[in-house]
Design a protein around this ligand. Structure first.
Ligand code: UDP
Length: 234
């Protein structure tokens, strides 16, 4: 069993059945998934993406500066984090939203000791605003935060259950890797499960990354319990 994990959820996942925005139904389901994992004794930090609202690199241009676009992206992650926090609390999952950008009126600031205290008290910590600086994604922010909070692994949930040698959605003969070494994950241009900056940091600091699906029911609890699910990159 992992003592503490960082779960990276993309904005696209949080939009669930909708085209964009936040899907509360998905949020409610997720609350139960997280509850199971915490009841088994794993502490959970969640880094939320914001791609369901804005991705900085995609909207920069035509006068919008990249830095501004990234600020907008970080605000998108904030919307997801706030919604998820409320949904979790409504489901009796004790949760705190900590923000990496200044937003005192809406969330507590991310302070290392505070995050640590919440986790030790059995609360789920949801981090908004990535790492708070532009030119980064929440994947990189996730690895950085996992290192800062001494997590045992980063769990990145994706549409397909792990890393394949080719795209499994278009190739029936695609083969899944149960384990993979960082060198391959970083060097192989076909492997796009996480951005290369995030993967590079994980490799340098030897932070294991597990790629798996969010579903079916109980999957997150199983991964947290140490089951061999998806692909473990280490
Ligand atoms: N972002 C940023 N710094 C960070 C994290 C995020 O500037 O530390 C911005 C960036 O523009 C990014 C957007 O926030 O595109 C939303 O995050 P991301 O694209 O990682 O969301 P996801 O694809 O996981 O939904």
């Amino acid at each position: 069993m992992y003592k503490r994990i960082l779960l990276k959820l993309s904005g696209e996942q949080l939009s669930g059945k909708h085209e964009s925005g936040f899907d509360p139904e998905l949020g409610n389901w997720l609350a139960n998934e997280i509850k199971q994992a915490t009841e088994n004794g794993t502490q959970i930090v969640i880094m939320v993406g914001g791609g369901n609202y804005v991705r900085g690199a995609q909207i920069a241009g035509h006068g919008i500066k990249r830095v501004t676009a990234d600020h907008m992206g970080m605000l998108g992650t904030m919307m997801n984090a706030l919604a998820l926090t409320d949904v979790f609390e409504a489901q009796q999952v004790r949760t705190r939203c900590l923000s990496s950008i200044f937003a005192e009126q809406v969330a507590e600031p991310f302070v290392h000791r505070l995050a640590e205290k919440h986790l030790q008290n059995g609360r789920v910590v949801i981090v908004a605003g990535g790492i708070g600086r532009p030119y980064l994604t929440t994947d990189t922010a996730a690895v950085s935060l996992a290192l800062e909070l001494n997590c045992d692994a980063v769990i990145k949930t994706t549409k397909v259950d792990g890393v394949f040698d080719k795209d499994p959605e278009t190739n029936d003969d695609a083969k899944k890797f149960d384990t993979l070494d960082f060198q391959h994950a970083v060097e192989n241009p076909q492997i796009k499960v996480m951005d290369k900056a995030a993967m590079g940091l994980a490799m340098e600091q030897e932070m294991p990354v597990i790629i798996c699906t969010l579903e079916p029911d109980g999957n997150i609890a199983k991964v947290a319990a140490g089951a061999n699910i998806g692909t473990k990159i280490s």
